[in-house]
Write a protein that binds this ligand. Structure first.
Ligand SMILES: NC(=O)c1ccc[n+]([C@@H]2O[C@H](COP(=O)([O-])OP(=O)(O)OC[C@H]3O[C@@H](n4cnc5c(N)ncnc54)[C@H](O)[C@@H]3O)[C@@H](O)[C@H]2O)c1
Length: 299
């Protein structure tokens, strides 16, 4: 009988070890959350450096159209489609419009994500629902809308889901974000196993950025609780002072995706350290404790 460990041995490492480097040129990329930050940098890199046809998907219409106009003027092939990743129908429409405009998708980056701060019991239900719908269902909706056709195309494809270094760590004041990124990571690990059972052409990767200088914390509403407000400011300052540029993050993400890596990280050492600490904590069933210093001081 084939046991789960056998399956994992057989399929779990397949994509990282056996695939050839991805050739991006002339491929079709769909990037959600493409109007800002990491998504914007990934879109710029894919369209203008790698020569891909890129669908820019974001809920924010104005910056989305602005970016599309700028990239088109530079001679890059892009299509901007206003999309709400939290809405399954909107993602299906994105897939249909992408197919009719550019044909088969070879790269899907489920990047869109938001932050929420606060003590868990004080975050309003609507805000809880919003972050879980965008950060978790957004990724699932992306996979539901695109993965079947990517498999059927028989082409070498990549599905990259945006987790975070928060996916391998824990932190107070950010419980909703942390749990969403843990969910994206475990979903992506399972998806990797499932895809490997079906095809060696569709690579599934989990992207775990460390601190990247974007508007993600600046977009969070002002906080009234002084402890939460202090945490909010500390995170804005952390990204400003120590965050990698989004452009550098995009370059390293594409490099690692091209190599067929499952684990993609902008800060591999920091990610490994956090994962090691979490694994040790779980293995010893230790009571959760904070390691905030290690997260806040990055050179
Ligand atoms: N910046 C970091 O330090 C960092 C670290 C780890 C992980 N991440 C992850 O990277 C991803 C991108 O974050 P960022 O830092 O570039 O943030 P950002 O705020 O600069 O960009 C996020 C983009 O997602 C879009 N978006 C939000 N809700 C959406 C929805 N419902 N449908 C479609 N688009 C939507 C926004 O309009 C925005 O353009 C997120 O998943 C985030 O969790 C960021």
């Amino acid at each position: 009988m084939v046991t789960l460990p056998d399956l994992i041995k057989t399929y779990g490492c397949m994509m990282t070890e056996s695939t050839n480097n991805m050739v991006w040129r002339d491929g079709v990329a769909v990037i959600t959350g493409a109007a800002s930050g990491i998504g914007e940098a990934l879109a710029r890199h894919a369209a203008c450096k790698l020569g891909m046809k890129v669908v820019l998907a974001d809920i924010a219409e104005q910056p989305l159209q602005g970016l599309a106009a700028e990239l088109s003027e530079q001679g890059c092939e892009v299509l901007a489609l206003r999309t709400d990743v939290a809405d399954a129908a909107s993602m299906i429409q994105l897939a249909e419009k992408t197919r009719s405009h550019f044909g088969d998708v070879t790269l899907l980056i489920n990047n869109a994500g938001i932050e929420t701060l606060g003590f868990s019991w004080e975050i309003p239900t609507a805000q809880w629902e919003k972050i879980l719908r965008v950060n978790i269902h957004g990724v699932v909706n992306g996979v539901n809308a695109f993965a079947g056709a990517m498999l059927d195309s028989g082409k070498r494809c990549v599905i990259a889901n945006m987790s975070s270094i928060a996916g391998v760590s824990i932190a107070p004041i950010q419980a909703s974000y942390v749990m969403s990124k843990h969910a994206v990571l475990s979903f992506t690990e399972c998806l990797h196993l499932e895809m490997a059972m079906k095809s060696d052409k569709v690579q599934v990767s989990a992207v775990l950025p460390g601190p990247v200088k974007t508007k993600i914390f600046a977009s969070v509403a002002q906080q009234h609780d002084p402890v939460v407000a202090e945490h909010h400011q500390a995170m804005i300052d952390l990204l400003e002072a120590n965050g990698m540029t989004a452009q550098a993050a995009a370059e390293t993400i594409f490099e690692q995706l091209a190599k067929g890596q499952f684990w993609v990280s902008t800060h591999p050492e920091m990610t490994a350290m956090m994962a090691k600490q979490r694994a040790a904590n779980l293995a010893s069933l230790a009571t959760p404790f904070m390691l905030m210093d290690s997260a806040f001081n990055i050179d």
